[in-house]
Design a protein around this ligand. Structure first.
Ligand SMILES: Nc1ncnc2c1ncn2[C@@H]1O[C@H](COP(=O)(O)OP(=O)(O)OP(=O)(O)O)[C@@H](O)[C@H]1O
Ligand SMILES: C[C@H](O)[C@H](O)[C@@H](O)C(=O)CO
Length: 491
């Protein structure tokens, strides 16, 4: 019997879901069987993810798929955000909640490591954008602090690999998620052993690397009993959510940039090989590993995190829907306030609207007072950042970029899609919004023999989902605002 039901578990930093994909006649239908909130937990002054409750939500998703939707999936796969990992002891037990990447324990870790290994050397050996929370820096901070947790760690597993392990009992490391660690050779599924050793990180804690689309095992008997599931294959999909998302860009040619828009905005191009040079180092761009050996040359942009955190800060006054926030922004004056969304002050501030207002004040723009002004400031700034990023990419790649594909939950934001088209003067194609789960499902389909290639996967996406096109308005002039934005970034 043909295999055509695939269950994707897609965990984002703000929400998680179990999505059932049914593939028939070259078309994919998605059914959301379970959705739940996800949030960092603050304990004893540190931020963690609750891996145990996340696993419990995934099991609920599997149970609901079988009991409420009457479908035994043919396989399952997990994707999550990047860089974070769990610790296993020598008995194979998870011995701590995993730290969340916004935790302040790595505030000085980059400079600390650069005293040991020059920054240029680290970039040349990894090709990854410097962000203080990359797993390399998380682990180095533990080495430096002589962490007792690290001392009793037998193995580490990145978040999707850890959840695969809880489902299957198999401990392996998948390529795309490992590439976010800044511990791989650029463009290769290979640990950068020399760098890892120089950083004092024990290489014995690293597990074997596998390619995206590897069947790593089967659902364990106890999990099968608990959920009513058969012991179906557990597939290491492209475990990094961005890799899964980009695998489902509905493009028929290569002349595009993408923005994977969720908690983060990941903006870049797909490349056959990594782009690692003095210039990409100066611009601080990343080369993450993708499906079928592709490289995602991109910039991590702080993205909707700023909006999510404003919404959270205002909860006591009003619980805004995303649509209400967009409606407020539409009626606010454009370009009155701008920020650099990637300024370090926005990584994890106690109060996001205050941090935005303080940035505006400090840069001589006055202080946004209303919610509408703050939200408008974020959307305008993101659109300008997208233009800035596009211009940077064009300086290092000869790829003719004729359009931008926006995928992920943020593609629902029609207002920002239009701002992006206007700011970049390019056509924007929005959708699919469940791009990550779609990529996860299609990698499972390929692993199970239902599809042959990445090109096949993208054909399926094009035939299965509607997209919306936004054309730049030729009468709008963004150049003045862009000049103001460039001055802010250069500060
Ligand atoms: N109707 C809408 N209007 C405007 N913005 C929207 C709408 N729906 C979703 N968004 C935006 O999309 C974001 C959620 O995207 P998504 O669900 O892909 O994120 P996530 O999976 O939790 O995060 P991650 O990027 O970590 O995977 C929200 O923060 C919100 O800003
Ligand atoms: C740390 C971020 O989550 C990561 O770099 C980003 O690529 C991501 O995974 C967005 O979901």
């Amino acid at each position: 019997m043909s295999k055509n039901h695939f269950l994707a578990f897609d965990l984002g930093a703000s929400s998680g879901r179990a999505i059932l994909g049914t593939l028939a006649n070259g078309k994919l239908a998605l059914t959301e069987v379970h959705r739940f909130e996800n949030q960092m937990q603050q304990i004893n002054g540190h931020f963690f993810w609750n891996i145990f409750s996340l696993f419990s939500e995934l099991k609920t998703g599997l149970k609901k798929c079988i009991q409420e939707y009457g479908v035994q999936p043919d396989s399952i796969g997990v994707d999550t955000w990047g860089v974070d990992f769990v610790h296993l002891n020598k008995e194979g037990m998870i011995i701590s909640l995993p730290f969340a990447y916004r935790d302040s324990r790595t505030d000085t870790a980059m400079d600390d490591l650069f005293q040991l290994i020059p920054k240029e050397e680290v970039y040349r050996q990894t090709g990854i954008q410097f962000m203080q929370f990359n797993s390399l820096f998380q682990l180095f901070s533990m080495v430096k602090d002589q962490s007792s947790l690290l001392e009793i760690t037998d193995q580490i597993l990145f978040m999707p690999d850890a959840l695969n392990y809880l489902f299957s009992g198999e401990a392996v490391t998948e390529y795309s998620i490992a590439s976010t660690s800044q511990m791989l050779v650029p463009g290769k599924n290979q640990w950068q052993v020399d760098l890892i050793e120089k950083a004092g990180i024990p290489t014995s804690i690293l597990t074997d690397l596998v390619d995206p689309g590897t069947i790593i095992g089967r659902i364990k008997a106890d999990v099968a009993r608990e959920t009513g599931s058969a012991q179906v294959p557990v597939i290491a999909v492209a475990g990094h959510d961005t890799a899964s998302a980009i695998a489902s860009v509905p493009a028929s040619d290569k002349h595009y940039a993408y923005i994977s828009s969720g908690t983060w905005s990941l903006m870049g191009i797909e490349s056959d090989q990594p782009l690692v040079s003095d210039q990409t180092l100066a611009m601080n761009y990343t080369n993450e590993g993708g499906v079928e050996g592709t490289t995602r040359f991109l910039k991590n942009i702080m993205g909707m995190w700023l909006i999510q955190e404003c919404r959270r800060a205002w909860l006591n006054e009003k619980k805004y829907s995303w649509d209400e926030m967009v409606a407020l922004a539409k009626n606010a004056e454009p370009f009155q306030f701008l920020v650099n969304p990637d300024d370090a002050v926005f990584l994890n501030p106690a109060n996001m609207p205050d941090a935005i207002a303080a940035f505006c004040e400090k840069s001589g723009q006055g202080r946004p007072e209303s919610h509408a002004q703050v939200i408008r400031c974020v959307y305008d700034s993101l659109a300008l950042k997208y233009r800035f990023t596009l211009e940077q990419i064009r300086t290092v790649s000869a790829l003719p970029i004729e359009k931008i594909h926006i995928i992920g939950g943020g593609a629902n934001n029609r207002f920002l899609n239009q701002l992006t088209a206007d700011a970049t003067k390019l056509k924007v194609i929005a959708g699919p919004t469940e791009a990550t789960a779609t990529g996860n499902i299609l990698v499972q389909a390929k692993a199970m023999g239902a599809l042959q290639s990445l090109a096949d996967m993208r054909d399926v996406v094009r035939h299965s989902f509607d997209v919306e096109t936004f054309l730049p308005n030729p009468d709008l002039d963004w150049d003045g605002a862009y000049a103001k934005y460039q001055r802010l970034v250069a500060r």
